[in-house]
Design a protein around this ligand. Sequence first.
Ligand code: NAD
Length: 307
Amino acid sequence: MTSRSTDRATVDWPKGASPEPRSHPNTANKPAIDENVGRKRFGDFNVTGKVFVVTGGAQGLGLAMAEALVEAGGKVYALDIAPEPDQQWQEAMERVDPDHGGALLYRQQDVSDTAHLDSLIEAIAAENGRLDGVVAAAGVQQVTPALDYTPDDVARMLAVNYTGVFMTAQSAARQMFRYKTRGSICLIASMSGLIANKGLLSPVYNSSKAAVIQLARNLAMEWSPVREDGSGGIRVNCISPGHILTPMVRKNFEEVPGLRETWEAENMMGRLAETTEFKGAVLFLLSGASSFMTGNNLVIDGGHTAW
Ligand SMILES: NC(=O)c1ccc[n+]([C@@H]2O[C@H](COP(=O)([O-])OP(=O)(O)OC[C@H]3O[C@@H](n4cnc5c(N)ncnc54)[C@H](O)[C@@H]3O)[C@@H](O)[C@H]2O)c1
């Protein structure tokens, strides 16, 4: 164990080999029998009273995912580098229905400022006495031929898309260990972590997403077993979306004429996705509905990688 002092407490983080899963089975995060055997309608998707962090939550996919968790009753902190969330966020705020019990809050945070990220996530958990889930959706894209990539460009991309994602998961897991919340961590990867992206020169983005898919397997292995003190039991998975109409992709279309048509022709649905088409997936992964899923990658791409 390594000790880490904070202004609130000294916490021991697990270090070294993970517990052997069979001698430390993760039974504690099975949904209660009255939740998943029909006494409540889809009770195992209920996240009322749970607290979540979604990075990249100011707009685009992160915002749609944050809204899904709010709609299902969660209290969601959207973290983003943008000083203010955009117009889409204001519209999402107006849709928050207090009858559903959820809440949507905004905190400015650059995920590559990992020290501040860690203290912010610690403060959010302390404010609520828990942290139940995190979605690491903050990401950046840079369209540049491989021959022109500079080391600084590579480092800048990886600081957000890989290190930022890893440190978001680490900071969240620390709080889940601390509060013994048996949380769920969802890393936003991409089908671009599985295939080269026809028509788009983005070697670093694509390989950063491949790294995120592999990271999820390793974090799941380390954190899924429940430890002697009742901590752990943290599930870690990825979502790998296909092409979605978001501000990031609209910028790609401006940069590369004809790209939209190329991408629409590349999947079995003949169109791009809307951000709202990922709401069900994130709710599945962050709720008890996915209690037996860890270390895996949910590919939602309109069949793009299937032919
Ligand atoms: N749009 C797609 O087709 C698509 C497909 C697969 C995966 N993804 C992934 O989904 C995630 C969301 O992408 P999107 O398409 O909604 O893009 P987007 O650009 O619309 O949203 C990304 C958000 O991340 C924030 N962000 C960027 N750098 C940050 C930093 N250092 N710290 C904190 N926040 C930061 C941005 O401000 C923005 O609000 C990304 O990880 C992206 O790689 C997108």
